[in-house]
Design a protein around this ligand. Structure first.
Ligand code: GCW
Length: 715
């Protein structure tokens, strides 16, 4: 009997225990609004947000009020009601400058002059908080900024923040298909449930808009660049309209991809030739129809004559002819065309050179409302690439940056890789196109060549997984894109810091080590996948796992062996004048950085040189030994991440802890797979031993060559 009672108690305790640490599934992203545990800070906050009032009347204002009610109540643990009219006790006042003399008397003309329509001003004095802007959207951005300060437990004393976005078009590119598959998507199916739209508005669409608004993303391309013309038919435009209507009060504009052959496929025309009058008229009418339904429609993103997509070259016209035809159609409605420069044909002797060869001659030939969208590197979202030479070569064309949030070549849905350092590395790079200091950032923001239209795109990593991005840490890449578009001067460290605090906890004993993991993660991946400038040695098709031996695809530039060119003499792609001379596409100063095999930074060596296996590296090691060292240090980093993560168990909920722990262990397995497969393969050329201090691959090369991953996602 006694035993039974004790058992019962134990059972009750066991049942209650897990409920104490609330499980989280990641759905709330960085907008969790958990109660602040620091009491003195909480007191300060309460004084600053007493009797909050939000002035104005628009859908955006209603959204702000809902967000604030949820946030203030969650963060303080007391329930708040947001008032619509000023009260004597109001300490917290938000609204555009025109809504109240209290606001307009505090903000100077000069201060207002420093923000654009999306910018905001936050001022605090003891017991007074003013959040203002020129528009309700600006106020919304100010509110989210303020909430970020609270969530990351910053002081609210004497704030004087004047902030305006550095980039105008801050945009996600969804590679989502109408059947809900996502090209290179590792987080489930598309969040767009086209079949049920426009009648069913999933709550996720609202939370998607909130999340984007909270980090400043103001644009979204809903559909894949490998486009389907059907999205431009009326029934689908109704669905697009439903999303556009929903996103509008969050400051988000909707864009679509335009399939170049749409006039034939859905318009029943015989041609899609951009200089043909009927074709031009068809697009003009189609565009008019779109704008009648969606008056603030953003415009089109186009992938043309690339990887089998139709385009103007099918009619012997140029990319400019194609882009300009569409640009003329959207211009009366202030629409823009984002025309991608991701092209490579088998005609060139080096895929690296292709985009430049096709686009450089067209510099200055595009309409004013065309942005040419260039991937960060010359090949294709590799773990590390030098910046695309186009950034230094198109002084008369506004260029947009395309980053890839979805980790096609960066461990996809299973590896923890924080991409902000990759983004910043490219943005910092100096093109020297107008002398020293002509950074990619200045090309992109338009300041170097004097363009006012500018943009940065991120290929979305969002799907219908409960936590949006599949890997819990992949959310940080979505977050980083938004924050960097708003202010590219933010450091990777600061972005990681903010994200960790909002996503997990403010406890420094958790924040510091996790930040370290995040900041090292990209370099770790480079080391265990493609160190020293190795490129594109992933598995065919789905790109998951190593396949440096791959040489069976029809086009040479789809095969890994094309990219590393390993032989008995050495490894790497000679892009100097002795090789394909791709280096000549850069300014002379950049050429000088890379040209000399003995001076070229280790990170880029095999991008530009075919180096001998015994080539002396900067470390003093031979190239072969350095390769062994890098592959092993990549594996060691992941081991260290796991150890570190394990020590952090007590700081967060069990569910997320476990999920990340298991993912890190997959990452380790993969890192070892990469190291062993690559070293064994390259060893068949170097004929050199793996130095004794390193682990020996436990399997043969044949074993790795026989691994078949048939159904990797996103393919
Ligand atoms: O990286 C490659 C991908 C393709 C993608 C293409 C592109 C959308 O493997 O899946 O197609 O780039 O950027 O157009």
């Amino acid at each position: 009997m006694v035993i039974l009672i004790m058992r019962k108690k134990l059972l009750i305790i066991l049942l209650i225990l897990p409920a104490l640490v609330k499980a989280e599934n990641g759905y709330d992203l960085w907008l969790r609004y958990k109660k602040i545990s620091n009491n003195s800070l909480l007191d300060q906050y309460k004084k600053q947000i007493t009797s909050p009032v939000v002035l104005g009347s628009s859908q955006t204002i209603t959204i702000i009020k809902t967000e604030l009610t949820q946030a203030f109540s969650g963060l303080t643990g007391i329930s708040y009601k947001i008032s619509s009219a000023l009260e004597k006790s109001s300490a917290f006042i938000a609204g555009t400058v025109s809504t109240s003399t209290v606001i307009s008397s505090i903000i100077t003309k000069e201060e207002l002059g420093r923000i654009d329509n999306e910018g905001f001003i936050i001022k605090t004095r003891p017991g007074k908080t003013i959040i203002t802007a020129k528009t309700d959207i600006g106020v919304m951005y100010g509110i989210f900024h303020f909430l970020r300060l609270m969530q990351t437990q910053q002081s609210l004393v004497d704030l004087n923040i004047i902030s305006t976005p550095k980039i105008k078009v801050r945009i996600l590119n969804h590679w989502d298909n109408l059947n809900r598959t996502v090209e290179r998507g590792y987080a489930g199916f598309s969040i767009w449930d086209w079949h049920k739209l426009p009648d069913l508005i999933d709550k996720r669409y609202v939370d998607y808009a909130r999340a984007n608004a909270s980090i400043g993303i103001n644009s979204t391309v809903l559909t894949n660049v490998n486009a389907n013309a059907v999205v431009l038919t009326e029934p689908y435009l109704e669905k697009v309209k439903a999303l556009a209507d929903l996103f509008r009060p969050y400051g988000i504009k909707v864009y679509l991809t335009a399939r170049f052959s749409a006039p034939i496929e859905i318009g029943k025309l015989k041609t899609a030739d951009p200089v043909n009058d009927t074709v031009q008229l068809w697009w003009k009418q189609k565009v008019k129809e779109v704008y009648e339904m969606i008056p603030d429609f953003g415009g089109f993103l186009v992938k043309a004559n690339s990887e089998g997509q139709p385009g103007p070259q099918d009619y012997k016209r140029t990319h400019a002819d194609g882009a300009n035809m569409l640009a003329d159609a959207v211009a009366p409605f202030n629409g823009i065309i984002m025309w991608r420069a991701f092209v490579y044909s088998s005609a060139s002797n080096d895929r690296f050179k292709q985009a430049y060869e096709e686009f450089k001659p067209l510099d200055g030939k595009f309409r004013k409302n065309v942005l040419v969208q260039v991937k960060n590197g010359p090949i294709d979202f590799q773990p590390r690439e030098p910046f695309s030479p186009l950034f230094g070569a198109m002084a008369q064309t506004p260029l947009m940056m395309e980053f890839q949030l979805t980790q096609e070549y960066l461990g996809q849905g299973t590896h923890l890789v924080f991409e902000a350092p990759l983004f910043k590395e490219v943005l910092h790079a100096d093109t020297y196109s107008k002398g020293k200091g002509s950074t990619v950032t200045k090309v992109i923001d338009g300041s170097l060549n004097d363009f006012s239209l500018n943009g940065i795109a991120g290929v979305s990593n969002i799907g219908n997984d409960i936590n949006w991005c599949g890997h819990p840490f992949a959310q940080a890449n979505w977050y980083a894109l938004g924050r960097l578009c708003w202010d590219y001067n933010l450091s990777s460290e600061q972005i990681a810091d903010e994200w960790i605090k909002q996503t997990f906890t403010n406890d420094p004993l958790f924040v510091q080590p996790v930040k370290k993991i995040m900041l090292q993660s990209r370099e770790a991946l480079v080391n265990y996948m493609t160190p020293l400038g190795l490129t594109h040695i992933m598995y065919n098709g789905h790109h998951y796992g190593p396949m440096p031996w791959g040489n069976t695809l029809n086009r040479p530039d789809w095969n890994p062996v094309y990219y590393h060119k390993a032989d008995a003499a050495g490894v790497g792609f000679d892009r100097t004048a002795k090789g394909t001379n791709a280096l000549a596409q850069y300014a002379i100063e950049v050429q000088n950085e890379f040209n000399d095999i003995n001076k070229c930074p280790d990170e880029y060596l095999l991008w530009f040189h075919h180096a001998a296996w015994d080539h002396k590296m900067h470390s003093g090691r031979t190239l072969w030994d350095e390769l062994c060292y890098r592959y092993n240090s990549g594996v060691d980093s992941v081991r260290a991440f796991i150890k570190q993560w394990y020590s952090l168990k007590k700081y967060i909920d069990e569910d997320r802890f476990k999920q990340i722990d298991q993912l890190l262990n997959i990452q380790l397995k993969d890192a070892i797979w990469w190291r062993n497969a690559c070293l064994l393969y390259f060893q068949t050329f170097s004929n050199m031993p793996i130095p004794p201090q390193y682990e020996k691959p436990g399997r043969t090369l044949e074993y790795y060559q026989n691994i078949r991953i048939l159904y990797a996602p996103g393919n």
